[in-house]
Design a protein around this ligand. Structure first.
Ligand code: TNX
Length: 528
Protein backbone atom coordinates (compact mmCIF):
# COMPACT_ATOMS: atom_id res chain seq x y z
CA UNK A 1 0.00 0.00 0.00
CA UNK A 2 2.90 2.35 0.84
CA UNK A 3 4.48 1.63 -2.54
CA UNK A 4 1.19 2.31 -4.26
CA UNK A 5 0.88 5.59 -2.37
CA UNK A 6 4.39 6.65 -3.40
CA UNK A 7 3.71 5.84 -7.01
CA UNK A 8 0.43 7.73 -6.92
CA UNK A 9 2.16 10.70 -5.34
CA UNK A 10 4.77 10.73 -8.06
CA UNK A 11 2.09 10.80 -10.73
CA UNK A 12 0.19 13.50 -8.85
CA UNK A 13 3.34 15.66 -8.77
CA UNK A 14 3.67 15.32 -12.55
CA UNK A 15 0.17 16.65 -13.04
CA UNK A 16 0.38 19.47 -10.50
CA UNK A 17 0.16 22.19 -13.10
CA UNK A 18 -3.07 23.49 -14.59
CA UNK A 19 -6.39 24.78 -13.26
CA UNK A 20 -8.48 22.85 -10.71
CA UNK A 21 -11.00 20.89 -12.80
CA UNK A 22 -13.99 21.44 -10.50
CA UNK A 23 -15.26 24.88 -9.49
CA UNK A 24 -16.41 25.48 -5.92
CA UNK A 25 -20.00 26.02 -7.05
CA UNK A 26 -20.14 22.81 -9.11
CA UNK A 27 -22.09 20.92 -6.46
CA UNK A 28 -25.46 19.11 -6.70
CA UNK A 29 -27.64 20.02 -4.88
CA UNK A 30 -26.57 23.67 -5.15
CA UNK A 31 -25.20 24.98 -1.85
CA UNK A 32 -26.80 27.93 -0.11
CA UNK A 33 -23.65 30.08 -0.12
CA UNK A 34 -20.47 29.73 -2.18
CA UNK A 35 -17.48 32.07 -1.89
CA UNK A 36 -14.66 30.91 -4.19
CA UNK A 37 -11.06 31.88 -3.45
CA UNK A 38 -8.83 31.00 -6.40
CA UNK A 39 -5.78 31.64 -4.21
CA UNK A 40 -6.90 28.88 -1.84
CA UNK A 41 -6.81 25.76 -4.02
CA UNK A 42 -5.67 22.68 -2.11
CA UNK A 43 -4.05 19.56 -3.46
CA UNK A 44 -4.39 16.33 -1.53
CA UNK A 45 -1.05 14.56 -1.04
CA UNK A 46 -0.18 10.96 -0.25
CA UNK A 47 0.70 11.79 3.35
CA UNK A 48 -2.66 13.50 4.06
CA UNK A 49 -4.36 12.82 7.36
CA UNK A 50 -8.00 13.18 8.41
CA UNK A 51 -8.39 14.76 11.82
CA UNK A 52 -11.77 14.69 13.42
CA UNK A 53 -13.44 15.51 16.71
CA UNK A 54 -14.51 12.25 18.39
CA UNK A 55 -18.25 12.30 17.56
CA UNK A 56 -17.40 12.85 13.89
CA UNK A 57 -15.15 9.83 13.67
CA UNK A 58 -17.61 7.66 11.81
CA UNK A 59 -18.12 10.32 9.12
CA UNK A 60 -14.34 10.69 8.74
CA UNK A 61 -13.99 6.91 8.33
CA UNK A 62 -16.65 6.97 5.61
CA UNK A 63 -14.96 9.89 3.83
CA UNK A 64 -11.61 8.09 3.98
CA UNK A 65 -13.37 5.02 2.58
CA UNK A 66 -14.57 7.05 -0.43
CA UNK A 67 -11.17 8.60 -1.12
CA UNK A 68 -8.76 5.72 -0.55
CA UNK A 69 -9.54 3.49 -3.56
CA UNK A 70 -8.94 6.09 -6.29
CA UNK A 71 -6.09 7.99 -4.63
CA UNK A 72 -4.30 4.96 -3.28
CA UNK A 73 -3.42 7.14 -0.26
CA UNK A 74 -3.59 5.62 3.22
CA UNK A 75 -5.53 8.61 4.65
CA UNK A 76 -5.40 7.65 8.32
CA UNK A 77 -8.12 9.03 10.57
CA UNK A 78 -7.01 10.52 13.87
CA UNK A 79 -9.02 12.05 16.71
CA UNK A 80 -8.51 15.59 17.82
CA UNK A 81 -9.39 16.57 21.36
CA UNK A 82 -11.44 19.53 20.14
CA UNK A 83 -14.71 20.42 21.80
CA UNK A 84 -17.48 22.54 20.36
CA UNK A 85 -18.75 22.17 16.80
CA UNK A 86 -17.66 19.02 15.00
CA UNK A 87 -14.68 19.53 12.78
CA UNK A 88 -13.11 17.30 10.23
CA UNK A 89 -9.91 18.43 8.63
CA UNK A 90 -8.07 16.93 5.74
CA UNK A 91 -4.53 18.22 5.35
CA UNK A 92 -0.93 17.08 4.97
CA UNK A 93 0.43 15.34 8.04
CA UNK A 94 2.77 18.20 8.95
CA UNK A 95 0.10 20.90 8.87
CA UNK A 96 -2.32 21.46 11.73
CA UNK A 97 -5.12 22.04 9.24
CA UNK A 98 -6.55 25.10 7.58
CA UNK A 99 -8.12 26.43 10.76
CA UNK A 100 -5.28 28.91 11.29
CA UNK A 101 -5.52 30.14 7.73
CA UNK A 102 -9.25 30.94 7.97
CA UNK A 103 -9.86 34.51 9.16
CA UNK A 104 -11.88 34.50 12.37
CA UNK A 105 -14.41 36.89 10.87
CA UNK A 106 -15.58 34.35 8.30
CA UNK A 107 -15.70 31.39 10.68
CA UNK A 108 -17.55 33.14 13.48
CA UNK A 109 -20.50 31.99 15.51
CA UNK A 110 -23.00 33.65 13.18
CA UNK A 111 -22.55 30.96 10.52
CA UNK A 112 -22.36 28.22 13.13
CA UNK A 113 -25.69 29.10 14.65
CA UNK A 114 -27.36 28.90 11.25
CA UNK A 115 -26.08 25.45 10.38
CA UNK A 116 -28.83 23.64 12.29
CA UNK A 117 -29.30 19.86 12.25
CA UNK A 118 -27.94 19.19 8.79
CA UNK A 119 -25.92 22.21 7.70
CA UNK A 120 -22.15 22.41 7.36
CA UNK A 121 -19.41 24.83 6.53
CA UNK A 122 -16.54 23.86 4.27
CA UNK A 123 -13.33 25.89 4.09
CA UNK A 124 -10.68 25.12 1.51
CA UNK A 125 -7.31 26.87 1.75
CA UNK A 126 -3.89 25.95 0.42
CA UNK A 127 -3.22 24.37 3.83
CA UNK A 128 -6.11 21.94 3.74
CA UNK A 129 -9.86 21.41 3.94
CA UNK A 130 -11.98 21.85 7.01
CA UNK A 131 -15.61 20.81 7.41
CA UNK A 132 -17.51 22.16 10.41
CA UNK A 133 -21.01 21.18 11.55
CA UNK A 134 -23.15 20.98 14.65
CA UNK A 135 -24.15 17.35 14.04
CA UNK A 136 -22.72 14.20 12.43
CA UNK A 137 -25.43 14.55 9.73
CA UNK A 138 -24.12 18.01 8.85
CA UNK A 139 -20.57 16.74 8.78
CA UNK A 140 -21.68 13.88 6.51
CA UNK A 141 -23.33 16.26 4.03
CA UNK A 142 -20.17 18.39 4.07
CA UNK A 143 -18.08 15.30 3.35
CA UNK A 144 -20.35 14.48 0.37
CA UNK A 145 -19.77 18.01 -0.93
CA UNK A 146 -16.01 17.58 -0.59
CA UNK A 147 -16.24 14.32 -2.52
CA UNK A 148 -17.93 16.17 -5.40
CA UNK A 149 -15.24 18.88 -5.35
CA UNK A 150 -12.51 16.36 -6.12
CA UNK A 151 -11.99 15.50 -9.81
CA UNK A 152 -14.29 12.82 -11.31
CA UNK A 153 -11.67 10.02 -11.20
CA UNK A 154 -12.12 10.06 -7.39
CA UNK A 155 -15.03 7.70 -8.14
CA UNK A 156 -12.69 5.03 -9.45
CA UNK A 157 -12.72 1.77 -7.47
CA UNK A 158 -8.99 1.34 -8.20
CA UNK A 159 -6.03 3.71 -7.87
CA UNK A 160 -5.64 6.18 -10.75
CA UNK A 161 -3.12 8.97 -11.35
CA UNK A 162 -4.63 12.42 -10.93
CA UNK A 163 -3.98 15.73 -9.29
CA UNK A 164 -6.40 15.51 -6.35
CA UNK A 165 -7.16 19.21 -6.27
CA UNK A 166 -9.98 20.92 -4.37
CA UNK A 167 -11.03 24.46 -5.38
CA UNK A 168 -10.34 27.12 -2.73
CA UNK A 169 -12.97 29.09 -0.88
CA UNK A 170 -15.86 28.65 1.53
CA UNK A 171 -19.27 26.96 1.31
CA UNK A 172 -21.91 27.51 3.97
CA UNK A 173 -24.83 25.20 3.35
CA UNK A 174 -28.02 23.81 4.88
CA UNK A 175 -31.25 22.31 3.55
CA UNK A 176 -34.41 24.12 2.53
CA UNK A 177 -36.68 21.21 3.60
CA UNK A 178 -36.26 18.73 6.46
CA UNK A 179 -37.67 15.77 4.50
CA UNK A 180 -35.92 14.82 1.27
CA UNK A 181 -36.54 11.32 0.06
CA UNK A 182 -37.01 8.65 -2.52
CA UNK A 183 -39.30 5.63 -2.51
CA UNK A 184 -38.42 2.17 -3.70
CA UNK A 185 -41.31 -0.21 -4.41
CA UNK A 186 -39.90 -3.59 -3.33
CA UNK A 187 -43.37 -5.17 -3.56
CA UNK A 188 -44.03 -5.22 -7.32
CA UNK A 189 -40.52 -6.54 -7.86
CA UNK A 190 -38.42 -7.64 -4.94
CA UNK A 191 -34.96 -6.11 -4.49
CA UNK A 192 -32.27 -7.85 -2.46
CA UNK A 193 -30.77 -6.19 0.60
CA UNK A 194 -27.54 -5.41 -1.30
CA UNK A 195 -29.54 -3.52 -3.94
CA UNK A 196 -31.33 -1.49 -1.28
CA UNK A 197 -28.02 -0.61 0.38
CA UNK A 198 -26.73 0.66 -2.93
CA UNK A 199 -29.86 2.77 -3.31
CA UNK A 200 -29.14 4.25 0.13
CA UNK A 201 -25.66 5.22 -1.12
CA UNK A 202 -27.24 6.96 -4.12
CA UNK A 203 -29.60 8.95 -1.90
CA UNK A 204 -26.80 9.93 0.47
CA UNK A 205 -24.64 11.32 -2.34
CA UNK A 206 -27.32 13.89 -3.10
CA UNK A 207 -28.13 14.71 0.54
CA UNK A 208 -31.48 12.91 0.49
CA UNK A 209 -32.25 11.82 4.03
CA UNK A 210 -35.26 9.48 3.78
CA UNK A 211 -35.76 6.12 2.06
CA UNK A 212 -39.42 5.15 1.86
CA UNK A 213 -39.80 1.40 1.34
CA UNK A 214 -43.12 0.33 -0.18
CA UNK A 215 -43.07 -3.06 1.57
CA UNK A 216 -46.47 -4.52 0.76
CA UNK A 217 -48.76 -4.64 -2.23
CA UNK A 218 -51.00 -7.00 -4.21
CA UNK A 219 -48.03 -8.78 -5.74
CA UNK A 220 -46.01 -9.42 -2.59
CA UNK A 221 -45.56 -8.94 1.16
CA UNK A 222 -41.90 -8.20 1.84
CA UNK A 223 -41.42 -7.76 5.57
CA UNK A 224 -41.44 -10.58 8.14
CA UNK A 225 -44.14 -10.26 10.80
CA UNK A 226 -43.62 -12.94 13.46
CA UNK A 227 -47.22 -12.93 14.67
CA UNK A 228 -48.56 -13.46 11.12
CA UNK A 229 -45.87 -15.67 9.52
CA UNK A 230 -47.80 -16.58 6.38
CA UNK A 231 -47.67 -12.95 5.23
CA UNK A 232 -44.17 -13.58 3.93
CA UNK A 233 -44.23 -17.38 3.59
CA UNK A 234 -47.28 -17.35 1.34
CA UNK A 235 -47.58 -13.63 0.53
CA UNK A 236 -43.92 -12.99 -0.26
CA UNK A 237 -43.37 -15.71 -2.83
CA UNK A 238 -44.73 -13.85 -5.86
CA UNK A 239 -44.03 -10.69 -7.84
CA UNK A 240 -45.10 -8.98 -11.06
CA UNK A 241 -44.49 -11.26 -14.02
CA UNK A 242 -44.50 -14.46 -11.95
CA UNK A 243 -40.93 -14.35 -10.59
CA UNK A 244 -40.01 -15.81 -7.19
CA UNK A 245 -40.41 -12.61 -5.16
CA UNK A 246 -38.76 -12.64 -1.76
CA UNK A 247 -38.93 -10.84 1.58
CA UNK A 248 -36.80 -9.29 4.29
CA UNK A 249 -36.27 -11.18 7.53
CA UNK A 250 -36.12 -9.06 10.65
CA UNK A 251 -32.33 -9.19 10.40
CA UNK A 252 -32.39 -8.14 6.74
CA UNK A 253 -34.54 -5.16 7.63
CA UNK A 254 -32.29 -4.30 10.59
CA UNK A 255 -29.32 -4.38 8.23
CA UNK A 256 -31.04 -1.91 5.93
CA UNK A 257 -32.07 0.54 8.66
CA UNK A 258 -28.63 0.36 10.31
CA UNK A 259 -26.77 0.89 7.04
CA UNK A 260 -29.08 3.80 6.21
CA UNK A 261 -28.69 5.37 9.66
CA UNK A 262 -24.91 5.43 9.28
CA UNK A 263 -25.48 7.45 6.09
CA UNK A 264 -27.95 9.72 7.85
CA UNK A 265 -30.86 8.26 5.90
CA UNK A 266 -34.07 7.44 7.80
CA UNK A 267 -36.10 4.46 6.56
CA UNK A 268 -39.86 5.05 6.24
CA UNK A 269 -41.63 1.67 6.11
CA UNK A 270 -44.96 1.55 4.26
CA UNK A 271 -47.66 -1.01 4.99
CA UNK A 272 -50.25 -0.19 2.33
CA UNK A 273 -53.82 -0.44 3.71
CA UNK A 274 -56.71 -1.06 3.25
CA UNK A 275 -56.22 -1.60 -0.52
CA UNK A 276 -53.20 -3.06 -2.32
CA UNK A 277 -53.49 -6.09 -0.03
CA UNK A 278 -53.99 -9.12 -2.28
CA UNK A 279 -50.79 -10.77 -1.00
CA UNK A 280 -52.04 -10.48 2.59
CA UNK A 281 -55.41 -11.97 1.60
CA UNK A 282 -53.68 -14.91 -0.12
CA UNK A 283 -51.86 -15.57 3.18
CA UNK A 284 -54.84 -14.95 5.49
CA UNK A 285 -58.25 -15.32 3.78
CA UNK A 286 -59.93 -14.34 7.06
CA UNK A 287 -58.90 -10.74 6.25
CA UNK A 288 -60.79 -10.84 2.96
CA UNK A 289 -64.36 -9.49 2.84
CA UNK A 290 -65.40 -12.79 1.22
CA UNK A 291 -63.27 -14.90 3.63
CA UNK A 292 -62.07 -16.77 0.55
CA UNK A 293 -58.42 -16.69 -0.48
CA UNK A 294 -57.94 -14.92 -3.81
CA UNK A 295 -55.40 -16.34 -6.26
CA UNK A 296 -51.91 -14.82 -6.04
CA UNK A 297 -51.64 -11.74 -8.25
CA UNK A 298 -48.73 -11.07 -10.60
CA UNK A 299 -50.30 -8.50 -12.93
CA UNK A 300 -50.15 -4.70 -12.74
CA UNK A 301 -53.75 -3.58 -12.21
CA UNK A 302 -54.57 -1.60 -9.07
CA UNK A 303 -57.57 -0.98 -6.84
CA UNK A 304 -59.24 -4.41 -6.67
CA UNK A 305 -58.18 -5.78 -3.26
CA UNK A 306 -58.88 -4.67 0.32
CA UNK A 307 -58.88 -5.97 3.88
CA UNK A 308 -62.32 -6.27 5.44
CA UNK A 309 -63.01 -3.01 7.29
CA UNK A 310 -66.06 -4.56 8.99
CA UNK A 311 -64.18 -7.39 10.72
CA UNK A 312 -62.50 -6.89 14.12
CA UNK A 313 -59.85 -9.41 13.13
CA UNK A 314 -58.61 -6.86 10.57
CA UNK A 315 -57.79 -4.38 13.33
CA UNK A 316 -55.93 -7.05 15.34
CA UNK A 317 -53.93 -7.68 12.16
CA UNK A 318 -53.19 -3.99 11.66
CA UNK A 319 -52.18 -3.55 15.31
CA UNK A 320 -49.83 -6.56 15.20
CA UNK A 321 -48.23 -5.55 11.91
CA UNK A 322 -47.69 -1.88 12.72
CA UNK A 323 -46.53 -2.85 16.22
CA UNK A 324 -43.85 -5.19 14.92
CA UNK A 325 -42.73 -2.92 12.10
CA UNK A 326 -42.59 0.08 14.44
CA UNK A 327 -40.46 -1.89 16.91
CA UNK A 328 -37.95 -2.72 14.16
CA UNK A 329 -37.82 0.84 12.84
CA UNK A 330 -35.57 3.44 14.48
CA UNK A 331 -37.04 6.40 12.55
CA UNK A 332 -40.12 8.34 13.64
CA UNK A 333 -42.39 7.52 10.67
CA UNK A 334 -44.79 4.76 9.71
CA UNK A 335 -46.51 5.01 6.32
CA UNK A 336 -50.02 3.55 6.11
CA UNK A 337 -50.49 3.79 2.34
CA UNK A 338 -54.19 4.45 1.82
CA UNK A 339 -54.09 4.88 -1.96
CA UNK A 340 -56.51 3.49 -4.53
CA UNK A 341 -58.84 1.57 -2.21
CA UNK A 342 -61.45 1.95 -4.95
CA UNK A 343 -63.70 -0.87 -3.72
CA UNK A 344 -64.10 0.47 -0.17
CA UNK A 345 -67.04 2.88 0.26
CA UNK A 346 -66.01 6.36 1.44
CA UNK A 347 -67.57 6.02 4.91
CA UNK A 348 -65.93 2.68 5.76
CA UNK A 349 -62.65 3.85 4.24
CA UNK A 350 -62.60 6.86 6.50
CA UNK A 351 -63.52 4.89 9.61
CA UNK A 352 -60.85 2.30 8.81
CA UNK A 353 -58.19 4.96 8.30
CA UNK A 354 -59.07 6.75 11.53
CA UNK A 355 -58.69 3.49 13.50
CA UNK A 356 -55.50 2.54 11.69
CA UNK A 357 -54.04 6.02 12.32
CA UNK A 358 -54.73 5.59 16.05
CA UNK A 359 -53.04 2.17 16.00
CA UNK A 360 -49.93 3.74 14.46
CA UNK A 361 -50.00 6.61 16.97
CA UNK A 362 -50.16 4.01 19.76
CA UNK A 363 -46.82 2.60 18.58
CA UNK A 364 -45.25 6.03 19.09
CA UNK A 365 -44.70 6.59 15.38
CA UNK A 366 -45.98 9.50 13.31
CA UNK A 367 -48.50 8.61 10.59
CA UNK A 368 -47.57 9.19 6.97
CA UNK A 369 -50.00 8.27 4.19
CA UNK A 370 -50.82 8.98 0.58
CA UNK A 371 -53.04 12.05 0.25
CA UNK A 372 -56.14 9.84 -0.05
CA UNK A 373 -56.06 9.83 3.78
CA UNK A 374 -56.99 13.54 3.69
CA UNK A 375 -60.70 13.20 4.61
CA UNK A 376 -59.89 11.28 7.81
CA UNK A 377 -59.58 13.12 11.12
CA UNK A 378 -56.22 14.63 11.97
CA UNK A 379 -53.85 12.81 14.32
CA UNK A 380 -50.88 14.47 15.89
CA UNK A 381 -48.09 15.14 13.42
CA UNK A 382 -49.88 13.47 10.48
CA UNK A 383 -48.10 13.83 7.15
CA UNK A 384 -49.77 13.36 3.76
CA UNK A 385 -47.80 12.44 0.67
CA UNK A 386 -49.34 14.26 -2.25
CA UNK A 387 -49.02 12.44 -5.59
CA UNK A 388 -51.60 14.29 -7.66
CA UNK A 389 -50.99 15.85 -11.02
CA UNK A 390 -53.18 18.92 -10.56
CA UNK A 391 -52.22 21.23 -7.72
CA UNK A 392 -55.84 22.21 -7.16
CA UNK A 393 -56.78 19.73 -4.42
CA UNK A 394 -59.26 21.19 -1.90
CA UNK A 395 -59.44 18.00 0.22
CA UNK A 396 -55.70 17.99 0.78
CA UNK A 397 -55.63 21.74 1.41
CA UNK A 398 -58.39 21.21 3.99
CA UNK A 399 -56.45 18.44 5.73
CA UNK A 400 -53.50 20.83 5.92
CA UNK A 401 -55.74 23.46 7.54
CA UNK A 402 -56.65 20.77 10.10
CA UNK A 403 -52.96 20.25 10.92
CA UNK A 404 -51.45 17.90 8.32
CA UNK A 405 -48.08 18.57 6.75
CA UNK A 406 -47.25 17.57 3.18
CA UNK A 407 -44.58 15.63 1.38
CA UNK A 408 -44.67 16.63 -2.29
CA UNK A 409 -44.46 13.84 -4.87
CA UNK A 410 -46.41 15.25 -7.81
CA UNK A 411 -46.96 12.40 -10.26
CA UNK A 412 -46.12 14.54 -13.28
CA UNK A 413 -42.80 15.84 -11.87
CA UNK A 414 -41.45 13.54 -9.16
CA UNK A 415 -42.56 10.05 -10.27
CA UNK A 416 -39.39 8.25 -11.33
CA UNK A 417 -41.36 5.37 -12.87
CA UNK A 418 -42.59 7.71 -15.62
CA UNK A 419 -40.75 7.42 -18.91
CA UNK A 420 -38.28 10.15 -19.87
CA UNK A 421 -39.41 10.10 -23.48
CA UNK A 422 -41.72 7.96 -25.68
CA UNK A 423 -38.86 5.58 -26.44
CA UNK A 424 -37.81 4.94 -22.82
CA UNK A 425 -37.76 1.11 -22.72
CA UNK A 426 -39.35 0.78 -19.25
CA UNK A 427 -41.74 2.82 -17.14
CA UNK A 428 -45.23 4.30 -17.31
CA UNK A 429 -46.73 7.42 -18.84
CA UNK A 430 -50.08 7.84 -17.07
CA UNK A 431 -48.77 11.06 -15.46
CA UNK A 432 -46.99 12.12 -18.64
CA UNK A 433 -43.39 11.92 -19.73
CA UNK A 434 -40.88 13.30 -17.24
CA UNK A 435 -37.61 14.50 -18.68
CA UNK A 436 -34.96 16.06 -16.45
CA UNK A 437 -36.28 19.56 -16.96
CA UNK A 438 -39.78 18.51 -15.93
CA UNK A 439 -38.37 16.76 -12.85
CA UNK A 440 -36.54 19.99 -11.99
CA UNK A 441 -38.89 22.82 -12.87
CA UNK A 442 -41.51 23.10 -10.14
CA UNK A 443 -41.58 24.52 -6.65
CA UNK A 444 -42.52 22.30 -3.69
CA UNK A 445 -43.17 25.43 -1.62
CA UNK A 446 -46.07 26.64 -3.77
CA UNK A 447 -47.24 23.58 -5.71
CA UNK A 448 -50.59 22.79 -4.09
CA UNK A 449 -53.08 25.64 -4.00
CA UNK A 450 -53.91 26.79 -0.48
CA UNK A 451 -50.97 24.95 1.07
CA UNK A 452 -48.41 27.39 2.48
CA UNK A 453 -44.69 26.63 2.25
CA UNK A 454 -44.57 26.25 6.06
CA UNK A 455 -46.84 23.19 5.80
CA UNK A 456 -44.47 21.49 3.36
CA UNK A 457 -42.21 19.02 5.10
CA UNK A 458 -40.35 18.24 1.92
CA UNK A 459 -40.19 16.25 -1.30
CA UNK A 460 -39.97 12.63 -2.32
CA UNK A 461 -39.35 10.89 -5.63
CA UNK A 462 -41.21 7.55 -5.75
CA UNK A 463 -40.05 4.68 -7.93
CA UNK A 464 -42.80 2.13 -8.58
CA UNK A 465 -41.42 -1.07 -9.99
CA UNK A 466 -44.08 -2.77 -12.09
CA UNK A 467 -41.64 -2.56 -15.02
CA UNK A 468 -38.39 -2.09 -13.11
CA UNK A 469 -36.76 -5.44 -12.37
CA UNK A 470 -33.05 -4.93 -11.64
CA UNK A 471 -30.74 -2.51 -9.85
CA UNK A 472 -29.44 -1.37 -13.24
CA UNK A 473 -32.99 -0.40 -14.20
CA UNK A 474 -33.50 1.37 -10.85
CA UNK A 475 -30.39 3.43 -11.54
CA UNK A 476 -31.51 4.14 -15.10
CA UNK A 477 -34.78 5.63 -13.82
CA UNK A 478 -33.03 7.45 -10.90
CA UNK A 479 -30.25 9.11 -12.85
CA UNK A 480 -30.25 11.87 -13.83
CA UNK A 481 -33.66 12.76 -12.35
CA UNK A 482 -33.06 11.92 -8.68
CA UNK A 483 -30.50 14.76 -8.32
CA UNK A 484 -33.12 17.17 -9.74
CA UNK A 485 -35.56 16.26 -6.98
CA UNK A 486 -32.74 16.34 -4.43
CA UNK A 487 -31.94 19.90 -5.44
CA UNK A 488 -35.60 20.90 -5.03
CA UNK A 489 -35.48 19.51 -1.51
CA UNK A 490 -32.13 20.94 -0.44
CA UNK A 491 -31.29 24.15 -2.27
CA UNK A 492 -32.67 27.62 -1.60
CA UNK A 493 -35.25 28.71 -4.17
CA UNK A 494 -32.96 31.59 -5.22
CA UNK A 495 -30.40 29.12 -6.59
CA UNK A 496 -33.00 27.37 -8.76
CA UNK A 497 -31.95 27.73 -12.37
CA UNK A 498 -32.34 25.15 -15.12
CA UNK A 499 -29.39 26.24 -17.23
CA UNK A 500 -27.04 26.25 -14.25
CA UNK A 501 -28.38 22.92 -13.05
CA UNK A 502 -27.95 21.17 -16.37
CA UNK A 503 -24.31 22.14 -16.63
CA UNK A 504 -23.57 21.19 -13.01
CA UNK A 505 -25.38 17.90 -13.54
CA UNK A 506 -23.46 17.20 -16.74
CA UNK A 507 -20.24 16.79 -14.76
CA UNK A 508 -21.85 13.90 -12.86
CA UNK A 509 -22.09 11.69 -15.96
CA UNK A 510 -18.37 10.81 -15.88
CA UNK A 511 -18.61 10.31 -12.11
CA UNK A 512 -21.44 7.79 -12.52
CA UNK A 513 -19.60 6.03 -15.32
CA UNK A 514 -16.45 5.79 -13.23
CA UNK A 515 -18.42 4.54 -10.22
CA UNK A 516 -20.26 1.94 -12.35
CA UNK A 517 -23.67 3.59 -11.88
CA UNK A 518 -26.10 3.26 -14.80
CA UNK A 519 -27.93 6.32 -16.04
CA UNK A 520 -30.05 7.60 -18.87
CA UNK A 521 -27.92 9.91 -21.04
CA UNK A 522 -30.72 12.47 -21.41
CA UNK A 523 -30.22 14.61 -24.51
CA UNK A 524 -31.14 17.74 -22.51
CA UNK A 525 -27.92 17.53 -20.51
CA UNK A 526 -24.62 18.72 -22.09
CA UNK A 527 -22.64 15.65 -21.03
CA UNK A 528 -18.90 16.19 -21.47
C1 TNX B 1 -50.30 4.65 -8.63
S1 TNX B 1 -49.21 6.53 -6.78
C2 TNX B 1 -50.05 3.96 -7.46
C3 TNX B 1 -49.21 2.76 -7.50
C4 TNX B 1 -48.73 2.45 -8.89
C5 TNX B 1 -48.37 3.72 -9.58
C6 TNX B 1 -47.77 3.51 -10.94
C7 TNX B 1 -49.88 5.59 -5.78
C8 TNX B 1 -49.98 6.06 -4.42
N1 TNX B 1 -50.37 4.43 -6.22
O1 TNX B 1 -49.93 1.67 -6.97
O2 TNX B 1 -47.64 1.60 -8.79
O3 TNX B 1 -49.52 4.51 -9.71
O4 TNX B 1 -47.24 4.71 -11.42
Amino acid sequence: AAELARAAEGRAAETLAGPVPVRLGDVVPAPEQVRPDPAGDFTLSADAVLRVSPTGRDVAEQLAGWLRPATGFPLPVTDTAEDGPLTLTLSPADVAGPADAVPAATSGAADGARLGDEGYRLDVTTGGVRVTALTPAGLFHGAQTLRQLLPAPIESPTAVPARWAVPGGTIVDRPRFAYRGAMLDVARHFFAVEDVLRVVDHLARYKLNHLHLHLTDDQGWRIAVDSWPRLTEAGGATEVGGGPGGWYTRDDYRRIVTYAARRHVTVVPEIDLPGHTNAALVAYPELAPTKIAPPPYTGTEVGFSFVDPADERTYAFVADVVGEVAALTPGPWLHLGGDEAFKVPAGSYRAFVERAQRLVAATGKTVVGWHQLAPAAHVDGRVLQWWGTDGDDPQTADAVRRGARLILSPGNHAYLDMKYAPDTPIGHDWAGLIDVRRAYEWDPGSHVRGVPAEAVLGVEAPLWTESVTTLTEVEYMFFPRLPAVAELGWSPRETHDWSGFRSRLAAHGPRWTTAGISFHPSPEIPWP
